[in-house]
Design a protein around this ligand. Structure first.
Ligand code: ADP
Ligand code: MG
Length: 582
């Protein structure tokens, strides 16, 4: 149970500020995360690790010589936004390119991907290396779908050492991908973790039970078994990993026995007493093994075992010195370099002067009213959506949606006060949503709202057909980014029926308010029907079976939101169109 916090929603930011203060000799806080205190004297590839908070020492604790040049720091268990990733890259890059490296989660892939597009457009060389070490999260035939857990550490370490030695971007990326291809992790959980301020853990296990195949976002294990004595647990973990030995494995391996947060080091040493002899008996030499906390999951009790099959290229990089707040190894040369203020800031995102017609400004007010209605809806539904997401996902859907809508409503209100039209108000709302909500749903809602705004524009209040086209643009953007198809058990399952029904009814000449109501009813029914589906995308996928019988949280919230937005968005439309016909 997390006991020390002020406002739970400020927990991650306050933790980062405290961390940066105590380690001010090594790191510097910048918008979006933190970077090394000193800028390199010569251009060097910037290795940027990232992801949500709650995994300390991943990711900010690994900033320093020999590992990361910076960390992009999201909220607890939530992907940082594209804006954060971009700003940290701008602060860290020194002319030799940037590589983002992170565990394979949809929200991170989308946000780091969008930041990469923006850097590339500015002429900055940028690459992404995804970590996919968790053998429990997908079968070997689908290894690219696997999520990243404690293997993050090995991959970051290899890339950081290569960059420190002067390797160029392509070489750092090649070595990082090689390390990932040769790294496997399996974990087991003994209890769930508790969000700061939450009354109960994300999941709990009956006494004497453990979950095998844990995730690091409080996702429960893939299946529960009786908690065996340490010896049997060690045998189980080793056997599962060795069953996935890569084809060209040598005899030398890096090993990490990682505690998830509230498992004691002493317990880990007891387990090591079984794990190490088994690995040696299998013919391996253990190279610089690590037993401790390297990638955690708040206060979760549990362990994971990671093996990286080394070769002549990887071993020196694994052994190379490092000096970071949380991890020190060998005699890392204290970096030379310059102290820099530098990097972009939030203020660099210019607030444009808004150009809009009065009609569009009036429609913007209706858009804002729709956001306010959504805000009160989501505050009421936060807990319920969180509980739905905790069944097979990570329990953050309610919280993420509330953070998103709060930021969106504030940004919309500011834009409205500055005279923005409907397009700019909704685009500003979308950008703020994506920046503050994090998570997969946050990126998608943010990008969708921006697309909705861009489609509406700022020159008039929309005719019904234009509103239908804007809804279609919202849906297209979400499908394009998330790549989910109907039946994958995502928000798309409610969204596409809505978009088609609304467009179809409007085309038949049905009054927009009624058309929207009918379409929202279809979306609600479609969201409820997702209970019978298995999730094929997102964080719930590895635990698909557990989600059977519960509707998809993202589809549920989408149907609810569209239902409350309808009267606001369509009243203004119908008045306009009636006016136009007179
Ligand atoms: P996260 O999955 O990052 O924790 P949330 O819990 O806020 O984010 O949102 C989960 C919801 O996101 C799911 O219920 C699903 O509706 C939606 N989702 C996940 N992946 C995708 C995707 N690829 N495309 C569309 N929607 C998705
Ligand atoms: Mg979630």
């Amino acid at each position: 149970m997390t006991k020390i916090f002020n406002d739970p929603s400020e927990f991650a930011e306050e933790a980062l500020a405290g961390f940066c203060d105590v380690h001010a000799d090594l790191v510097r806080q910048v918008p979006g995360g933190a970077v090394r205190r000193l800028r390199p004297p010569r251009p060097k590839v910037a290795v940027l690790a990232g992801g949500g908070s709650g995994h300390y020492p991943a990711f900010a604790g690994l900033i320093g010589a020999g590992i990361a040049d910076g960390a992009v720091v999201g909220n607890i268990f939530t992907s940082p936004s594209a804006q954060q990733a971009y700003l940290v890259a701008k602060a860290a890059e020194s002319g030799a390119g940037v590589v983002y490296t992170y565990g394979n989660y949809a929200g991170d892939v989308m946000n780091f991907g969008m930041a990469s597009e923006r850097l590339a457009a500015e002429g900055i060389a940028v690459e992404n290396v995804l970590v996919t070490d968790d053998i429990a999260s997908a079968p070997p035939s689908e290894s690219a779908k696997r999520r990243g857990i404690a293997g993050d550490f090995t991959v970051f370490k290899v890339m950081g050492a290569a960059a420190e030695a002067g390797a160029d971007l392509a070489e750092v990326v090649r070595l990082g991908r090689k390390a990932n291809d040769r790294t496997r992790t399996i974990g087991s959980a003994f209890s769930g973790c508790t969000f700061p301020g939450a009354e109960s853990p994300l999941f709990s296990l009956p006494d004497g039970q453990m979950g095998l195949g844990l995730g690091i976002h409080g996702e429960p294990g893939l299946f529960d078994t009786a908690l065996p004595p340490a010896k049997e647990l060690g045998r189980e973990l080793v056997a599962r990993l060795l069953a996935e030995t890569p084809p060209d494995a040598g005899e030398r391996i890096a090993v990490i026995l990682n505690g998830l947060g509230s498992t004691k080091h002493e317990e880990l040493f007891v387990l090591w007493g079984t794990v190490a002899p088994l690995l040696r008996a299998a013919g391996y030499s253990l190279v610089m093994p690590e037993v401790g906390e390297l990638v955690t999951s708040l206060d979760m009790a549990g362990v994971s075992l990671t093996v990286t099959w080394l070769d002549e290229e990887l071993e020196p990089l694994w052994l190379a010195p490092a000096e970071t707040p949380a991890y020190r190894r060998g005699n890392a040369v204290r970096e030379a370099g310059t102290v820099a203020a530098g990097g972009a800031s939030d203020d660099d995102v210019a607030s444009a002067a808004f150009v809009a017609t009065d009609a569009s400004r009036q429609y913007a007010a209706a858009g804002f009213a729709a956001l306010e209605a959504t805000q009160s809806l989501l505050h009421d539904a936060e807990e319920r959506l969180g509980r739905m997401d905790a069944i097979a996902g990570d329990g953050d859907h309610g919280r993420g949606m509330v953070r998103g809508i709060d930021a969106a409503a504030a940004a919309a209100s500011a834009a409205l006060a500055q005279g923005a039209g409907a397009g700019d108000v909704l685009a500003a709302a979308g950008d703020a949503w994506a920046d503050k909500a994090g998570g997969t749903s946050g990126v998608l809602w943010g990008a969708g709202l921006r697309a909705l705004g861009e489609s509406l524009g700022n020159s008039s209040a929309p005719e019904p057909a234009q509103l239908a086209a804007a809804v279609r643009a919202f849906a297209d953007r979400i499908v394009q980014l998330g790549k989910a198809e109907t039946g994958d058990k995502t928000m798309v399952d409610a969204l596409l029926p809505f978009a088609s029904s609304f467009a179809g009814l409007v085309a038949e000449g049905v009054e927009p308010g009624r058309a929207w109501e009918d379409a929202a009813r279809d979306a609600t029914a479609a969201a409820e029907a997702t209970a019978g589906l298995l999730p094929l995308k997102g964080r719930a996928r590895p635990l698909a079976e557990k989600s059977l019988g519960t509707p998809d949280p993202g589809a549920t919230s989408l149907a609810m939101i569209f239902t409350v937005m309808g009267p606001h968005l369509t009243a203004a439309v119908s008045r306009e169109s009636v006016g136009a016909r007179q």
